[in-house]
Design a protein around this ligand. Structure first.
Ligand code: UDP
Length: 326
């Protein structure tokens, strides 16, 4: 097989969109997923190997069978609240799991990895927009686990020559524009799918977490980035590493912030439905605003986002959720 890429977490939301992008770019994505949160229906563009990144024997078997030239590493637990309640689960799966994966890569002479990092590694921002050199002070175990992995990757580059791209995602949202795949978390905690569910009548209403922030309408500002644009950045990062570009860390966002009320308004506009919403208290740990300076991804990776507007994000997400009804 030519151009084989191992995709851990390839049956998940962002991982499955990356598999489609890999296939369209001429690679063969091999999904490696324990299927705790992954979906069979999301694996459409290459084989599925059902196993855990903590399972060294399974990793050896898969590396020996497919001989991947690089790894896209999405597999992780990503519920912030759960990480506060059960940090052991997060450090074990995310940090120890990544060490297990990196050890397997070294055993099989695979020396390129693209890693799903997060803007949660920054914590509460001192200045906006966030650039990559902003201090990293996570405020929950999930963010800490991702920051630890960034450090591990730097050390593995210095000591063993394993090259990485660490991509710090802002708020992934939207769905495949062709309708092949989309977001389906259980439990769902993210704003856009929750607002869409409320518009569809699948939930009675959506709660706005805080209306007294220092923002234009009092609600939190986030940088929503289309999942297809995120996926495309992974292909750009892979090519950058293939071309000997060296390890790189980049934000992936649009640079545009939208408030919670603006998101609700956009869902109402796209769907033509009224969204029942009510104002609740702040959610602990939510910074008032987070948005990226994404100039580095454009300059270093040659990344060109195609769906960088809230309407396209909400429109593709709405179509996906409508197609999943019933
Ligand atoms: N949010 C909200 N109600 C919800 C879920 C989220 O008001 O039911 C807000 C949340 O406070 C944040 C934004 O929507 O400001 C995006 O939250 P999400 O959980 O989607 O992503 P996060 O920014 O936490 O990674």
């Amino acid at each position: 097989m030519n151009g084989v890429i191992l995709v851990t977490g390839g049956a998940g939301y962002i991982g499955s969109h990356a598999c489609k992008a890999l296939r369209l770019a001429g690679y063969t994505p091999v999904t490696y997923d324990n299927m705790v949160y992954g979906h069979d229906w999301a694996v459409k563009w290459g084989p599925l190997e059902t196993a855990d990144i903590l399972d060294a024997a399974a990793l050896d078997r898969v590396f020996a069978r497919y001989k991947p030239e690089a790894v896209l590493h999405f597999a992780a637990f990503a519920y912030v609240g759960e990480s506060v309640a059960d940090p052991q689960k997060y450090y074990h799966n995310n940090v120890t799991g990544t060490l297990s994966l990196l050890a397997a890569m070294r055993r099989h002479a695979c020396s390129r990895i693209v890693f799903s990092s997060t803007c949660a590694t920054y914590g509460t921002p001192d200045v906006l927009p966030l650039t990559e050199d902003h201090p990293q002070r996570p405020i929950n175990p999930y963010g800490h686990s991702k920051l630890m992995i960034e450090q591990i990757l730097r050390d593995f580059d210095a000591a063993y020559g394993v090259k990485h791209a660490a991509l710090r995602y802002f708020n992934a949202a939207g769905a495949d524009p062709d309708g092949d795949i989309g977001e389906d978390h259980d439990p769902e905690t993210h704003l856009i799918p929750l607002v869409i569910h409320a518009a569809q009548g699948r939930r009675s209403r959506v709660e706005i977490f805080g209306t007294d922030y220092d923002t234009k309408d009092g609600t939190c500002v986030r940088d929503y980035i289309h999942v297809t644009d995120l996926a495309a950045a992974h292909i750009d990062a892979l090519r950058c590493l293939e071309n000997g570009g060296g390890s790189v860390v980049c934000n992936l966002g649009t640079g545009n912030g939208f408030t919670v009320r603006e998101v609700i308004g956009m869902v109402e506009r796209v769907s033509g439905k009224k969204v029942p919403a009510f104002e609740g208290p702040r959610r602990p740990g939510d910074p008032h605003a987070l948005y990226a300076n994404a100039a580095k991804a454009v300059a270093r990776l040659g990344w060109k986002p195609r769906y960088d507007n809230l309407e396209a994000i909400v429109e593709t997400a709405w179509r996906w959720h409508e197609s999943r009804k019933g």
